[in-house]
Design a protein around this ligand. Sequence first.
Ligand code: HEM
Ligand code: HEM
Length: 201
Amino acid sequence: MLTLRRIINCANLAFMDTQASTRARYSRIAMLLHWLIAISVIVNWRIAEAGEHAAKAEKEAIMANHFALGMVVLILTVLRIAWRLGNKPPPLAMHLKAWEVALARVTHSLFYILLIALPLLGWVAMSSYGQAIDMFGLFDWPVLPVAKDVDLAGTIFDVHGVLGSAMILLIGLHLLGVIKHLFIDRDGNLFRMLPFGKVKS
Ligand code: HEM
Ligand code: HEM
């Protein structure tokens, strides 16, 4: 009888542990979108850098990829935000200090703002040039109905460049957070965004 009760208790504990770690993790769709966006943004940053240092002849082709991948990031981000609105993300870990919660909230919000603003500004600027974005030779992204204004387009791209650099700094900060939680706090925070590993809620 005692053994049977022990077995039932163990099964209950295992079930509760699975439930707790499910609540501590993002959903599979959120994870998929997070990693697709993260990889696309990092690749797009490297493409922009390559374009800036390329000779004039190659620059155009390289930057065409930056424009197209940027619009893919816009689509993925709209999907991510829509999913987030319909599917509540897990609450931030209970053991985080107040400043960590504040910093995480600010960083994540700024990410979403930049993920929308960067491609949107690029789209408006291209439209002000009167030029469509070639989506990897598959189709043309529509031009916005804005007046042709080459000076304005140049200014918007300058702002885009500054915000692009801000995005890189933010990624650095985000990564420092991941490294701190992984090696100093050892709380398994990284695994909230992965379908495996142990998470401390
Ligand atoms: C989420 C998507 C995007 C990200 C993360 C991003 C990021 C960046 C970064 C990091 C730079 C280099 C900044 C520098 O070092 O000066 C840059 C430059 C640039 N990007 Fe984007 N970009 C995105 C989407 C787009 C789109 C959709 C367009 C156009 C349709 C575009 C057009 C440009 C141009 C023309 C430059 C050169 C700007 C300059 O410094 O004069 N980008 N971008
Ligand atoms: C490079 C572009 C990246 C962007 C734009 C980005 C963006 C974001 C955003 C917006 C969130 C908040 C999710 C939400 O609550 O809706 C988040 C969470 C997270 N990211 Fe990233 N991320 C990037 C790269 C990375 C990398 C490279 C790692 C790991 C090595 C990482 C690990 C995480 C983790 C573990 C969380 C969950 C934080 C928590 O809620 O405790 N991210 N990321």
